[in-house]
Design a protein around this ligand. Structure first.
Ligand SMILES: *Cc1c(COP(=O)(O)O)cnc(C)c1O
Length: 389
């Protein structure tokens, strides 16, 4: 487990189902990232953990925010972070969204189409725009490949249209896909960005910011089959450093590098204390199987449980017999389960209703993806522990 003793103490002391965020752990993760990538400006992707205390903790460390719309901008502003550390990073926005963001003082907008640029020019005149380049998403658990970004040729056109419309064409961005497991994805992205920076300079567009997006992986989650994911972090950081150096050397104008990590900063510093609802043995449409149902699931904390596994711990059952089981949440929805085609989880044979279960490395995409009590199962309350003031 990657989390601190503080979070384990909190899990052990909990008397209800609850998600804990370890602010010291998040601070440490942020500091470690900056040691690996010195000088990179962090814009935390808020959707990964829209919890006021977590955002305030990151803001105190010097992070800014990648906000996806006016409501996230409002939440970012509540941390007291300066406006120039908040950008509107969503390429999808209505006229009203743009006008609201502009009114709130935001002057940096992501884009990937001439239609969006025209709307920014009208509703946020004079603002800075950065164009998102499409990536293949290969090597990531979630590719994000189709819905966002444009080709290099389109990016030239988009930024020229922006300039002609009185906006400031300031940068380029990418997102190589969430939980990106390969260093090659960033190498390819940095190659494309470097080529494009030079092409744009030839057209008189000198950029000052390169945004390398999100995608940095969490370390403590397991794959669908329950194997450690084990992302090659050293290699990923080395490729990022080399790529940034090369881009900076080839760029005719000085550039600042940004990143928008989400998952990487919070995933391994959040954990849930839940309980066993029931361990059963049934022969259904498939063969005879054990099923272990938890008191929380996909709709209140474990949204990504169909794509990965979170490590489980059953305090009080460290020894004893274990059996392979499908682990599932408590609702009447069959997607509310780990992917049982891919792999089963070893659970204590003696697990009984009400026993505590600790679910590790589930700090990313937990709170924001919680439903409003789907099937009557309450959203988990949360507690933040630690954190410097
Ligand atoms: C979701 C998102 C991120 C964060 O992605 P992670 O894989 O969690 O790091 C960063 N940038 C943008 C634009 C996003 O939509």
């Amino acid at each position: 487990m990657r989390e601190s003793t503080a979070i384990r103490t909190a899990l052990a002391a909990a008397t209800d189902d609850r998600i804990f965020f370890d602010l010291d752990g998040i601070e440490g993760q942020y500091a470690a990232l900056l040691r690996e990538l010195p000088g990179v400006a962090v814009r935390f992707a808020m959707k990964a953990c829209p919890v006021d205390e977590v955002l305030a903790c990151l803001a105190r460390q010097g992070a800014g925010f990648d906000a996806a719309g006016p409501n996230e901008i409002e939440q970012a502003l509540r941390t007291g972070v300066p406006l120039d550390r908040i950008h509107y990073g969503n390429t999808i926005k209505s006229d009203e969204n743009i006008a609201d963001a502009y009114r709130m003082g935001v002057r940096d907008f992501a884009t990937d189409s001439v239609e969006d640029v025209a709307a920014i020019a009208r509703h946020a005149p004079g603002s800075r725009v950065f164009c998102r380049l499409a990536t293949s998403g290969e090597g990531a658990l979630w590719g994000l490949s189709q819905k966002f970004g444009c080709s290099a040729d389109d990016a030239v056109r988009v930024l020229e249209v922006a300039r002609d419309a009185g906006l400031v064409p300031s940068g380029l961005s990418v997102h190589v896909g969430s939980q990106q497991m390969t260093a090659e994805a960033w190498r390819d992205a940095l190659d494309d960005l470097t080529d494009l920076v030079v092409v744009l300079a030839g057209r008189g567009i000198l950029l000052d910011r390169i945004n390398l997006g999100g995608g940095l992986p969490a370390l403590g989650c397991l794959d669908k089959a329950g194997r450690p994911l084990d992302p090659p972090m050293d290699k990923i950081f080395a490729v990022l450093r080399e790529g940034m150096e090369r881009l900076a050397a080839e760029s005719p104008s000085p550039v600042e590098f940004l990143m928008e990590p989400g998952r990487h900063l919070v995933a391994d510093h959040g954990a849930i204390r839940a309980r066993v609802a029931r361990l059963t043995t049934r022969s259904g449409a498939d063969e005879h199987r054990h099923w272990l149902y938890l008191t929380c699931g996909k709709f209140n904390g474990l949204y990504e449980m169909d794509a990965l596994q979170y490590p489980l711990e059953f305090p009080g059952h460290a020894g004893g017999d274990h059996v392979p089981a499908v682990v599932a949440g408590p609702t009447c929805d069959s997607d509310d389960a780990f992917d049982h085609e891919a792999g089963l989880v070893r659970v204590p044979a003696a697990a009984s209703s009400g026993d505590p279960v600790w679910i590790h490395s589930c700090g990313a995409y937990a709170v924001g993806y919680t439903t409003q009590g789907f099937n009557g199962f309450d959203p988990l309350p949360y507690t933040c522990i630690g954190g410097s003031q």
